[in-house]
Design a protein around this ligand. Structure first.
Ligand SMILES: [Zn+2]
Length: 272
């Protein structure tokens, strides 16, 4: 893209000129608010921007008791910044990238590109005028599992939906040698298979990335004196993903659709 065209595209995304607030009706009859385009976007285009305030991790922990409403807002809408903080919209009803709903096979991504304090959303695939803009939330499921909550049901319209937004983890209490109790988290092989299958069918990378993120972060998860640990060493994780890739290939997933086929070939090349 020429520099001036690129600059105009960034300014347009910053102003959220190509999107509007919209909604769709879920099978349950509920209305789900979301972000919709008003024009076509090509892969790589800047679609919209997520602007707001940044709160540090320490400030967020303090909010838990001091301002539960704001704590809940940051949890619902916040996205992680590089330095461990969270960007959140002070007014969630305003138009912006924070309105993008989760999808198991999203058409856009929170790109990681910041401009004037805002995070830009980038199209991952062609998005037609009027279509809903979706991103993948990359929730690892640790929060839900440790709070004893069921994972959040997903209402996306991807070709293959995983059923839940966050990874469906299992949590078990385990006695330590010294008599203490540790909450151990498990990512079941069926869930890995479910996620990899979705990535193949949806021709997306988001679920694979979320599994890897879970593995990376799992050993860091300590909170309020309660030790938690993940059961997976990296090598075992890669083995489980390899099994899931084999299962997807054996089931014939990706056959017929060029993008899905390419995605499966990429996974085979990486893990088998
Ligand atoms: Zn879904």
């Amino acid at each position: 893209m020429k520099p001036w065209t690129e600059k105009k595209a960034v300014l347009s995304a910053l102003a959220n000129e190509g999107v509007r607030v919209g909604e769709r009706i879920l099978p349950s009859g509920e209305r789900l608010r979301g972000l919709y385009t008003t024009r076509d976007f090509a892969p790589g285009d800047w679609v919209a921007s997520f602007s707001g305030r940044v709160i540090s991790r320490a400030e967020l922990f303090a909010l838990h008791d001091a301002d539960p409403a704001l704590f809940a807002l940051v949890n619902e809408y916040g996205v992680a910044t590089k330095d461990g903080g969270h960007l959140y919209p002070p007014d969630p009803s305003a138009l912006g990238g924070h309105l993008a709903n989760h999808a198991c096979g999203p058409n856009a991504t929170m790109s990681g590109r910041w401009e004037r304090g805002a995070l830009l959303l980038q199209a991952e695939r062609p998005i037609s005028a009027g279509e809903e803009v979706t991103v993948h939330y990359h929730w690892t499921g640790v929060k839900a599992a440790t709070e004893g909550r069921a994972p959040t049901p997903c209402a996306c319209q991807s070709a293959r939906c995983c059923g839940t937004i966050e990874l469906a983890l299992e949590a078990h209490e385990e006695k330590d040698a010294d008599g203490g109790v540790t909450l151990a988290l498990f990512l079941p092989p069926e869930e890995v298979e479910n996620r990899i299958a979705a990535d193949v069918v949806n021709a997306a990378r988001a679920n694979e990335a979320t599994i890897l993120q879970y593995a990376r972060n799992a050993h860091l998860m300590f909170s309020r004196g309660e030790a938690r640990r993940a059961s997976w060493a990296d090598e075992a994780l890669l083995g489980r993903i390899a099994d899931a890739v084999r299962a997807a290939a054996a089931a014939g997933l990706g056959r017929g659709a060029a993008r899905s086929h390419a995605r499966l070939a990429e996974l085979v090349g990486r893990y088998l």
